[in-house]
Design a protein around this ligand. Structure first.
Ligand SMILES: Nc1ncnc2c1ncn2[C@@H]1O[C@H](COP(=O)(O)OP(=O)(O)OP(=O)(O)O)[C@@H](O)[C@H]1O
Ligand SMILES: [Mg+2]
Length: 365
């Protein structure tokens, strides 16, 4: 219910209470004393507004109502029942009962409200805990999947790497023996190029499956981010994209492996650049929130479809023809190994925003 709705509701309730008090009082005043049995009925009728007021407005509401109606009723008793002291005494006793009932019911209503509020709070706490549990469960599942994929791909990469070294040596030797201008030189060049591509891929697979332990040290995030932006600048310029970094503030020291965090930012920046084939802008900035630093990278590309959001951190998930799909899965691990978190949002039609969050300060958690 809205605040205005609650306010209107409260005034309606006050109106009901006041109307019933006035109606019963009017009946008392208008009914002659020869109809004592009717007065006894009205006298009990006063319990209705007292009960309602205590129930709706607790002790204060009940007592104010009981006191108000007692005043109105007392005038009536003094004016019309002076000749009947026994009945007048009963009426005084009833006034006392109104007050007792108001306090008791008001107290019960307050206790009921507090129990309800406690239950509501427990409910929302439980809901929050359930959300966190679900998130942790998802993370475990993701890590589990990563670990088994990592073992499998590490085995394959390892097996490929050794013969690849021999092929590379053989291709070099074959290429050297070819006379200048021999058309087979072109095949040798293609073979060398493809071997280099496979080398790079196996290197990435091994980096993903057996990430090096971070060498953490106090590091200024602005230096790391600046170096990452400079390294991506060439690729960005080739694609007509400008990387705009607001790296002058805030100052914050992170306890991370600077090389690994730089690698993460490069992966994210390159993705942002590659998402804008028509050119555009990639913005990077930092923000301090409590004792965490958030480095955000935003682009104006097409963004990420909600149904793909779940998969972008999975190894080998890619939508790019020349992509391997390892950039983000490596980044995910590196960030976690360095004590941080990586988040992504992509509001429809507004590009993608990747946020890397690290605790600040050189103290190790
Ligand atoms: N800024 C972005 N905008 C839109 N889609 C993105 C963005 N960043 C990542 N993605 C999506 O996430 C996928 C996975 O990214 P990831 O970096 O892991 O692999 P990749 O870029 O395809 O290949 P590579 O291994 O060469 O980095 C991308 O193929 C793309 O679909
Ligand atoms: Mg990538």
């Amino acid at each position: 219910m809205t605040r205005a709705g609650r306010g209107r509701g409260a005034w309606t309730k006050k109106g009901i209470i006041a109307a019933s008090v006035l109606a019963i009082t009017a009946l008392h005043y208008w009914t002659g004393t020869e109809h004592m049995y009717l007065h006894q009925v009205y006298q009990r009728g006063y319990y209705l507004p007292v009960i309602l007021a205590s129930f709706w407005f607790e002790i204060l509401g009940g007592v104010v109502t009981a006191a108000g109606l007692a005043l109105l009723y007392l005038v009536h008793i003094w004016r019309d029942w002076g000749h009947h002291p026994t009945y007048a005494f009963q009426q005084y006793a009833e006034i006392l009962m109104y007050l007792v009932i108001a306090v008791l019911l008001g107290y019960l209503a307050r206790a009921q409200r507090m129990t309800r509020e406690r239950l509501e709070k427990t409910g929302s706490d439980l809901e929050e805990a359930y959300g966190r549990l679900n998130q942790a469960f998802e993370q475990i599942r993701h890590s589990d999947r990563l670990a088994s994929l990592g073992r499998l791909s590490a085995g394959i990469a390892h097996e490929i790497r050794n013969p690849l070294g021999s092929i590379q040596g053989a291709v070099e030797i074959l290429g050297q023996d070819l006379p200048e201008g021999d058309p087979r030189g072109e095949f040798a060049r293609i073979a060398r190029q493809e071997v280099a591509r496979l080398e790079k891929l196996t290197g990435e697979i091994l980096a993903f499956s057996r990430p090096a332990p971070p060498r953490r040290m106090p590091a200024d995030w602005r230096e790391i981010a600046g170096a990452a932006a400079r390294l991506c600048d060439d690729e960005a310029r080739r694609r007509g994209v400008s990387i705009v970094g607001r790296l002058d503030a805030p100052a914050a020291t992170l306890d991370v492996d600077p090389e690994q965090v730089k690698q993460v930012l490069i992966n994210i920046l390159l993705n942002a650049v590659q998402a804008q084939p028509e050119g555009g802008e990639v913005r990077m900035h930092g923000a301090l929130e409590g004792d965490t630093l958030e480095i955000a990278v935003e682009d104006d590309g097409p963004g990420i479809d909600p149904e793909k959001m779940e998969s972008i951190f999975d190894p080998f998930f890619t939508t790019r023809r020349e992509g391997t799909g390892l950039g983000l899965s490596i980044s995910y691990q590196l960030v976690r190994n360095n004590g941080g978190e990586i988040r992504v949002s992509s509001p429809p039609g507004r590009g993608a925003c990747f946020r890397v969050v690290f605790p600040t300060g050189a103290a190790r958690s």
